[in-house]
Design a protein around this ligand. Structure first.
Ligand code: HEM
Length: 476
């Protein structure tokens, strides 16, 4: 009876598909939820509701609606839902899943400052990314043009850029412990939206059911926590107060300064959560983007060739690409933007919640309601894109071949909780992509064409594929 009571929509709440008793609309999220939800919006409107086993949820569709909520009503839509899974994982602390309030403000500010101070604001930093790009292409070279799955190499290289900011150091590509941590952490990103996770959120008592994917999720999370604790302790050795070498040091400074302050959110536990979130948020997304980019360049040899031509004409004599080259490379920019639009790395964003009662399009949404932002629907919004289902970098170029920004482009979401790593991700994507294509021609092993159907999870990634990276004519 309690479940049935919970399922009833409150007055003024947006309409939505009829729920099945008890489990509501959970099953409808089983396959390609972003596509399913976009279709539902054609029936119920840009803003509609779902019942996820008693958890009332609002789904926002299309650029206009998402902008109205996330930007025009930024404060109202800036919270995260207090789902049992998140409560168990990070106690609604840390940074990415933190409740909207003092704790989030403190952690976001510290992370943004550290990213600037130890990252983009440092002259040396671009050189360090370039160094990692070199390790990366050298490691690819070892395959000598033979087929290989680039997933692990891309993951290791990309995560090292975040590692530089957080720990002040990279991990070598043969560091099995670090690799294992990333592997099970990204497995959790996938499991977090599995049917079992949704069930756990609706019925936390299944915690005591000894089988099921939610148990795997908990085991992985505990292992990641222990690993991070050890690594953080290691990298804080030799720390000199007020002379931070990296994010962990900067965090410990804050922790010491605020010791004894009653309302302070800085704690050993929140340090571990935020380090974990920064590592996974930075790695999973940027890695997927680059893996899609490699796949699409191979699928569209004419586009790859145009990229090669632009790289060769702007970067003379095969020198190392720099961020300064970016303005002169509108085609590469257009390709990377089209990958982000078309591949929808984070198709449903990260779940939000209302921090207070909201009024949108005449509907009333109570405080604490879970909100799903269908970012995929923004990138497929026919009001803003012609033939959105077609892969075409050209849409980001004007008739003179100059790069043009497009409004309905939200791979990093928008508003208060927008991605804090956008700038870093853009630097990485440009440098890794140009360094890779400067040196190699990408092709599929003879007789194979991989599928472009994504593997489902919080993020979309390609199914594992093999590729041949054949060295291009080397210029001295
Ligand atoms: C949040 C996308 C790279 C750190 C987000 C969100 C999206 C996103 C869609 C959700 C925002 C919302 O709630 O509406 C991406 C994409 C990336 C990328 C597509 C790469 C291509 C990175 C990097 C980092 C990072 C490199 C850091 C190393 C974060 C953090 C949040 C976040 C900490 C949570 C922000 C908050 O809750 O205040 N990202 N991201 N991301 N991202 Fe990224």
């Amino acid at each position: 009876v309690r479940q049935l009571m919970k399922q009833r929509r409150p007055p003024g709440f947006p309409p939505g598909p009829s729920p099945i008793p008890v489990i509501g609309n959970i099953m409808s999220l089983a396959t390609e939820p972003h596509v399913f939800l976009k279709k539902q919006s054609e029936i119920h409107g840009q803003i509609f509701s779902l019942d996820l086993g008693g958890i009332l949820t609002v789904v926002l569709t299309g650029y206009d609606c998402i902008r109205e909520c996330l930007y025009n009503q930024g404060d109202v839509f800036a919270d995260r839902p207090s789902l049992p899974l998140f409560q168990k994982m990070t106690k609604m602390g840390g940074l990415l899943n933190c409740k909207y309030g003092k704790g989030w403000i403190e952690h976001r500010k510290l992370a943004c400052n550290s990213f600037r101070y130890f990252g983009s604001g440092q002259r040396q930093f671009e050189r360090k990314i370039s160094e990692e790009c070199m390790f990366f292409v050298d490691a690819i070279d070892e395959h000598k043009g033979k087929p290989f799955n680039p997933k692990h190499l891309v993951t290791n290289a990309v995560s090292n850029i975040t590692n530089l900011i957080i720990f002040g150091q990279r991990f070598t590509y043969d560091d099995r412990n670090f690799q294992h941590m990333i592997e099970i952490f990204s497995e959790n990103v996938e499991l977090a939206v599995s049917g079992w996770a949704l069930l756990y959120n609706a019925f936390p008592c299944i915690e005591y059911v000894p089988f099921g994917k939610h148990q795997k999720l908990f085991r992985n999370a505990a292992e990641v926590y222990d690993f991070l604790l050890e690594v953080i302790n290691g990298f804080s050795q030799g720390r000199v107060p007020h002379a931070p070498r990296h994010y962990v040091d900067a965090y410990l400074d804050e922790l010491e300064q605020n010791k004894g302050e009653p309302g302070s959110s800085f704690s050993q536990e929140n340090l571990i959560y935020s380090v974990g979130e920064l590592i996974i948020a930075g790695t999973e997304t940027t890695t997927n983007t680059l893996r899609w980019a490699m796949l699409y360049m191979t699928l569209y040899p004419d586009i790859q060739e145009r990229v090669h031509r632009e790289i060769d004409s702007v970067i003379e004599n095969g020198r190392v690409p720099t961020l300064e080259d970016k303005q002169k490379m509108p085609y590469v920019e257009a390709v990377l933007h089209e990958i982000l639009r078309f591949c929808n790395i984070v198709p449903l964003g990260i779940f939000r919640a209302t921090s207070q009662e909201a009024k949108v399009n005449g509907y009333t949404i109570p405080k604490g309601t879970m909100v799903i932002t269908n970012l995929y629907s923004v990138h497929m919004d026919e009001k803003y894109w012609t033939d959105p289902g077609v892969f075409s970098p050209q849409r980001f170029l004007d008739s003179n071949g100059n790069f043009v920004k497009r409004e309905a482009f939200l791979p990093f979401s928008m508003g208060k909780r927008c991605c804090l790593g956008e700038q870093l991700a853009r630097m990485e994507m440009f440098l890794f992509f140009t360094t890779l294509l400067q040196r190699f021609h990408l092709q599929f092993p003879p007789g194979t064409v991989p599928t472009v159907t994504p593997k489902l999870g919080m993020t979309l990634q390609p199914q594992p594929y093999s590729i041949c990276a054949v060295r291009r004519q080397q210029k001295s």
